[in-house]
Structures are given as C-alpha cells and as structure tokens.
Design a protein. Sequence first.
Length: 128
Amino acid sequence: MFLSLDFIYLPSRDFDATLEYYTKRLGAELVWKVRGMGTVVAHVKPADSGPALLLSEHLEGAVPILIYRVADFKKTVAELKSHGVKGTELEIPHGPCFSFKAHGGQRLAVYELVRPEAATMFEGRVDP
C-alpha cells in the first residue's frame, strides 16, 4: 500500500529553539524555512538519505506525523476507509493528503505525488 516514508512532520512549540537545536547541535542542514498563514515550517536535513524532517509550529500535540507516498491516492483512501480508518483529507504542496491516527495514537498520513515540482519550490528560501 505505501511506497515510501517521505516526510516526518515534527511539532514544535518553541520553533526557533528547536530549529537551532537541529542545525547547531545536530548539524542538520537547513534546506528552507517558510513563514505564512500565521505559522512557520522548516525543512531540516540531518542525513543524506531518509525522509524530510519538517519542523512545524502549527501542529497540535507532541506526536510527529509520518507521511507516506502512495501510487493511487483515491484507491488507497478508499481501502483505508473500508477498513474503518477515519481521517481528514487536505492538500499539501505535493498533492492530496489523508491524515489519520493509528490505534496506538500514532499520527500517519498518505499522499500522492501529483506536483513533483513542490520538492524544490522552497529550496534555499529562509524567511526571517
């Protein structure tokens, strides 16, 4: 069902301190930092491979969201719903997304990559 784990959204209550921790203490590369719609999100890259880590000021709670890419969004969401999974459909820059909680409280989402150009649209941008 899932193709790859592409994004991990990490909630952050003290965004600037969290960003500094990842970049200064862990040596993560700051790929981009964007402010808009009353929030700020940053892509940090602590390793050459693996999913993108997205620090996010607007996410509620302390549990990260694991976002998996799927080949066919509509088919996957229909299958998840047929198994009793309840969630919310939304759009992310890369395409349609369906966010839900797993039985153990983990937060998961699936999306279909319909806008591949979104991968580089913020690259190098660092808003104050």
